[in-house]
Design a protein around this ligand. Sequence first.
Ligand SMILES: [Ca+2]
Length: 484
Amino acid sequence: MKFLIEVGARPAATQGLCRNILAFGILLIRSRDLSANMPPSTFHFPEQLRRNAPPPTAQRLQRAFCSTLPTATVHRQRRRILRGARQRVRTASTTWQQSANGDLQNMNVNMLGLATTFSLTLLASVAAPAPANAQANASATKGLPFEVKPVGTFNSPWAMAFLPNGNMLVTQKEGTLILFDPASGSRRTVSGTPAVSSKGQGALMDVVPAPDFAASKLLYFSYSEAASGADTRVVLATATFDQAGGALKDTKVIFRGNDASTGGHYSGRIAFSPDGKYLFFTSGDRQLFDPAQDPKSTLGKVLRLNLDGTPAAGNPLAAKGFHAGVWSYGHRNLLGIAFDRQGRLWEMEMGPRHGDEINLIKPALNYGWPKASNGSHYDGRDIPDHAPGDGFEAPKVSWNPAISPGGLAYYDADLFPKWKNSLFITGLSGKSLDRIALDGENASKVDHWDMGERIRAVRTGPDGALWLLEDGSRGRLLMLTPKK
Ligand SMILES: [Ca+2]
């Protein structure tokens, strides 16, 4: 499918298109220094922008744009676009290909033409702010078999957790932690959060109350931390939560990934074993591929740790020379982890091109990345599919085309009786919610709902409602309850 980029009189109406142009525009602007080394007409859109990054905000774009072009040019163009917003701008030499599920694939660009289009699009976007998701997808949720109630809006939310009194904690990508009361809508920013490197896929990521939170007030959370130079690490930390004061206290880093990288794929999901004695932490491959198979690296692994962050005794691969924390390996970007009612550990990971997975995690097993995947590399090179006898544990469920999953939750509550013993998985590029029915060690896709927006996170609430967080700078918190 090919589109001609057209930007002009009604930026709101072409918002989705504009966002894609803008995302690419950032890349283009940032890549100006590299352009001499780029192939003349085609290159691959980087995965982190294409699949994980929230739609760029006008502010970020303006910053990226203004830091690159002379200010006078910006002002001149701003005046022009504000004055002539109704004038249609058409860049006939700029085309790109878009796959059926909305992912940008390869692009053929006339760079000068795109730069022009980008600047005009940017200024049009600044002049006419994007509508809230509420307006954009009001009709998209109409046909769903459950009620969808928007409860709040957050700035690029990443994860959420419920506290015993019904309040919630919501992490936001840039590093803020919000204490939110879904009943009243009141909120406050929690003080005492650590410095987060939020560039690229970096974020204040997961937050999970300790199994004994009611007594200890201890929170576990993960984030990306600046290392040396442009490198960053995934970090697991604890803090005591003073809920009345809205503050984190005694923050301690209890685990750091042992390899740093400039890439994304932090993962950083936290789950406690049903007996509350162990902490399972997901550590992504940081877009470095091979460390997922490296016994000494913590990257591309599910780790089993003590509650103080040290490797748990008895981990299955320690005697074979692996890092002592490793529980399973050969993983890519593990963005969800959850125990079912029988204590099985389920994991979701964003795969490469068309290889998103749900795995049943068992100790010592190798899940294959980057040697086996039902997907392929973004540049089109194949990766051998999982096959019997290849020595790699195959996913229980995989997606082709990809949905670019953001979050995973286990559901076993009474409010939706038909949903008991299910996994829920959210789609970013898929703009979707999927239900996976579990039956012992088997898992099968049963429901796929179009939610109309990129969905970052999912959690089961204390009353059995299912809660979703949309992605992006105006991402809504949604409560799903049965239709009346
Ligand atoms: Ca493959």
